[in-house]
Design a protein around this ligand. Structure first.
Ligand code: SAM
Length: 271
C-alpha cells in the first residue's frame, strides 16, 4: 500500500497553511531563505515584475536591522530589546548581534506567523536571555502586557524597540497613536528603530508606490503601505531622530544610506 503523496513540502510544520502566502515567508524567500512555499515565491515573482530590485531591498532592510542593533547595543548602551516582527530566523538575528557585545543582553522577539511560531521560535530562543512572545505587534497593549515581555524586560530601564520592516503592514491611519502607546512605555534613554516602505513623492516613484500598494493589497499578503517622509517621521512621536551618518543632518534616510559602513564604534579596548 502506498501513501498519497502530500503536496506540502516536507518541511511544512503541522498546521501551517501552505496555500496562502504570508509576510514572513515572502520576506524569507526574498532573502533566499528556505522556509517558504510555492505560493510565497509566486507573490515574490509578482513583486519582482514591478520592482526587480526586491531582493536587494529586502537585504537592505535586513542589513539596516543588523547595523541598528549593533549601534543600540554599543553606542546606545542598550541591554534589552523588544523585536516586534522577528521574521523567520536568518543569519545574524538580533540576539546574536547584541549578545556578542554583552552575553546577558535580553531579547524578546514578537511575531504571530504560524511558521515563525512553529519552528522559528525554537531557533530564536537559543539561550536563557532570548525569548519569544506570540502577539499582535500592532496591539501595543497586548505586546506590553504579555507575560514574557513583562517577565523578561524591565521597563524602568532603557529598551531598544525594533519595528523593522513591519509598520508598512499596518494600514490604519492611527499609526502614530499606535506607536505612541509603545513609546510611552519606554524609560528615558530608550531607542526606537523602524524601517518602512518609502514614498519619496516624486511623480514616478509615487506612481510605482501606488501600484505596489494595490499589488500587496490584492495579494494573499494583504498589506504593504508606502508612507512619505513626514508620515514615517510621525511614527516615532516624541522621539529625537538621530543623524544617519557622521556629517548628515538628523532625519529619516534610506536603509542603505543609514550609517552605510556601520555606526561609529568605540575603540575595542575602551571600557
Ligand atoms: N523585522 C524583521 C526584519 O526586518 O528582518 C522581519 C520583517 S518581516 C518583513 C515582518 C514580520 O512581521 C513577519 O515575520 C510577520 O509575520 C510579522 N508581522 C506582520 N504583522 C504582524 C502582526 N500583526 N503581529 C505580529 N507579527 C506580525
Amino acid at each position: 500500500m502506498s501513501e498519497t503523496p502530500s503536496k506540502a513540502p516536507s518541511s511544512a510544520p503541522v498546521g501551517v497553511d501552505t496555500t496562502t502566502a504570508s509576510i514572513a515567508r515572502v520576506y524569507d524567500a526574498a532573502l533566499n531563505g528556505k522556509d517558504n512555499f510555492e505560493v510565497d515565491r509566486l507573490v515574490l515573482q509578482q513583486v519582482a515584475q514591478a520592482a526587480p530590485e526586491v531582493n536587494d531591498l529586502a537585504w537592505s532592510n535586513r542589513k539596516f536591522l543588523q547595523r541598528a542593533c549593533q549601534f543600540l547595543a554599543d553606542q546606545g548602551g542598550i541591554k534589552q530589546f523588544l523585536d516586534c516582527g522577528s521574521g523567520l530566523p536568518t543569519a545574524e538575528n538580533t540576539h546574536q548581534i547584541v549578545q556578542r557585545l554583552d552575553t546577558e543582553s535580553r531579547v524578546v522577539y514578537v511575531d504571530n506567523d504560524p511558521v515563525v511560531l512553529a519552528h522559528g521560535r525554537a531557533l530564536l530562543e537559543e539561550n536563557g536571555f532570548t525569548h519569544f512572545a506570540a502577539a499582535d505587534i500592532f496591539k501595543p497593549e497586548e505586546v506590553l502586557a504579555h507575560e514574557t515581555v513583562r517577565g523578561q524586560l524591565d521597563f524602568d530601564q532603557p529598551v531598544g524597540l525594533l519595528h523593522v520592516g513591519t509598520l508598512h503592514h499596518y494600514l490604519g491611519e492611527d499609526g502614530p497613536e499606535m506607536m505612541r502607546a509603545f513609546i510611552d512605555a519606554l524609560a528615558p534613554g530608550s531607542f526606537v528603530a523602524i524601517a518602512h516602505f518609502f514614498d519619496p513623492e516624486t511623480p514616478e516613484h509615487s506612481e510605482l508606490a501606488r501600484r505596489m500598494e494595490e499589488l500587496f493589497l490584492h495579494s494573499p499578503m494583504g498589506s504593504g503601505r508606502f508612507r512619505t517622509r513626514s508620515e514615517i517621521r510621525a511614527l516615532v512621536p516624541g522621539m529625537e531622530i538621530m543623524p544617519p551618518g557622521p556629517d548628515a543632518p538628523a532625519d529619516v534616510e534610506l536603509c542603505d544610506r543609514w550609517w552605510p559602513t556601520g555606526p561609529r564604534l568605540r575603540p575595542l579596548n575602551q571600557a
